[in-house]
Design a protein around this ligand. Structure first.
Ligand code: ADP
Length: 198
């Protein structure tokens, strides 16, 4: 098994890269999707969140009211740490389960938006970082429906591309066209992935 840690700032093109890798047969472990899964109604994760933040973070149907929770943690680092202390271990545990269920010759791609921020680079055989000019990322996020202000605010609380480059084994530059990105992914697969898994 080859474990790839894939990261990049919001709007850099991680999801696009992960789709291109899935097309080549990689098994994708999406940390954001898992982070949603571990706080679904009825989970110990959601129970722990309600215990810590109160039932004001629940929607009428008993699911997590994400905007309400975001409003609490966005401006308060202590609350943010409390939330991370609940969610991060659950995400890690679930990601380990998914990895354990993959075949031994699998290429496992862990899409981890906050890989650089959480210092998990040693868990992977290969760390792949997707970078793109900040203003290009803002434009793409606006195209995806965010406001420019919201996009910049989210980018501001993440690591910088310099910090991400520092932990990278391979950097994919997605400042160009989708075709240029696809070529880089093809090269990554041919030069770094295929030789490892045969
Ligand atoms: P992330 O997962 O890192 O947030 P995405 O892969 O979702 O980023 O890409 C952000 C947005 O930009 C998506 O709407 C995607 O389709 C678009 N996008 C990605 N790469 C390119 C590119 N090279 N040129 C134009 N648009 C792109």
């Amino acid at each position: 098994m080859l474990r790839i840690g894939l990261t990049g700032g919001i709007g850099s093109g991680k999801s696009t890269v992960s789709r291109l890798l899935a097309d080549r047969g990689a098994v994708i472990v999406d940390a954001d999707a898992i982070a949603r899964e571990v706080v679904e109604p009825g989970t110990p994760g959601l129970a722990a969140i309600v215990e810590t933040f109160g039932s004001a973070v629940l929607a009428a149907d008993g699911s997590l009211d994400r905007p309400a929770l975001a409003a609490v943690v966005f401006t308060d680092p202590d609350q943010r740490r409390k939330l991370d202390a609940i969610v991060h271990p659950l995400v890690r545990e679930r990601a380990i389960e998914v990895a354990a269920a993959a075949p031994p010759d699998a290429v496992l791609v862990n899409d981890v938006p906050l890989l650089a921020e959480t210092g998990q680079e040693a868990s992977y055989d290969l760390v792949v970082v997707v970078v793109a000019d900040p203003e290009t990322r803002v434009a793409r996020l606006v195209h995806r429906g965010l406001t420019a202000e919201d996009a910049r605010a989210r980018m501001a609380v993440q690591a910088t591309d310099e910090q991400r480059r520092a932990i990278a084994d391979v950097v994919l530059d997605n400042s160009g066209t989708p075709e240029q990105l696809a070529e880089q992914v093809e090269r990554l697969w041919a030069e770094r992935v295929a030789p490892e898994v045969g």
